[in-house]
Design a protein around this ligand. Sequence first.
Ligand code: ZN
Ligand code: ZN
Length: 390
Amino acid sequence: MSTKDYLEKDYYAVLGVPKNATSEDIKKAYRKLARQYHPDANPGNKAAEDRFKGVSEAYDVLSDVKRRKEYDEARTLFGSGAGGFAGAGGHRGGGFNFDLGDLFSGGTGGTGDRIGDLFGGLFNRGGGARTTTTSRPRRGQDIESEVTLAFGEAVDGTTVSLRLTSSAACQACSGTGAKAGTTPRVCPTCEGTGAASRNLGNFAFSEPCRDCRGRGLLVDDPCPVCDGSGRGKSTRTIQARIPAGVGDGQRIRIKGKGAPGENGGPSGDLYVLVHVKPHSVFGRSGENLTVTVPVTFPEAALGAEIKVPTLKGMPVTLRIPEGTPNGRTFRVRGRGAARKDGTKGDLLVTVQVTVPQNLDDKARAALEEFRDATEGPDLREELIKQARSE
Ligand SMILES: [Zn+2]
Ligand SMILES: [Zn+2]
């Protein structure tokens, strides 16, 4: 129930009772009207249906001691009667003495919901459209999903099929909980209100009706598909575009692909958690790809042009300069993963100098010759001195 409902709707008039009516009078009036306008008694009659909803809404508020008090106070404070706020447009932005904090605090519902309620009620005046709690548009829920991509798919982007499961009304019974072909009947105990009131001396308590557990309806023949709960699951498959350059562990939001909204509300969003399988050759460092390539000692010492692999492409030639140390990284521009702007990151190539394992006589002789030719001071000498002095 929104604040606007309280200000605009005269629930006493709807039930045809005076403002000081006792709870017994209210109940009597409601029962009479509910019987008269119940949809089961007026099949296909929209006017009767609307009247029945209005009567139920009025009774919901007036039969609850606490809510009736809030309703009475709201109308006393902010002017009562239909039309009191009909020109709410003129109140916008000034002279509007609401304490928003009061309205938002102390509720059990989400804050977003309540803000929507308030603004929907006060400012979104849609040509006299009804704004009851049940028919208010509601955004669908967000859905979470997961997908595992091959390394290259994550780099280039891809389209994946996702099977999504969300809760929905049971299809077999359209959410009524009654076996197909049967309809639930109005609970005779509470006459469809779902509420039972208990009188304890001067106090009346309202609690959920025990016979129908607050639903207001009874099901004689439960739907075998959902066991009478009316709830089911809906499964659908959608194609989701995964952008190029997505990383392992990243969450992608796909707007409007969540659960459908209710009463014309927008759909929720879909969040896809992405896992990326490792590649046997390449690694990822953000927008850059990484690769480690072996080079021989002569290639590193003398310099060389070497071929390095690229992801999904011909190898590229990389020139490593004379005297390249082990572990040095070179950058091959534009051979990395896609960036958001469509350009590409780089391929980072790290060289690893290999040591020959099986020397033949000729190679051994050449290496010994090299050793003798380059003999100088002991490489470790400086290190040993440093270690001693500290
Ligand atoms: Zn009941
Ligand atoms: Zn069902």
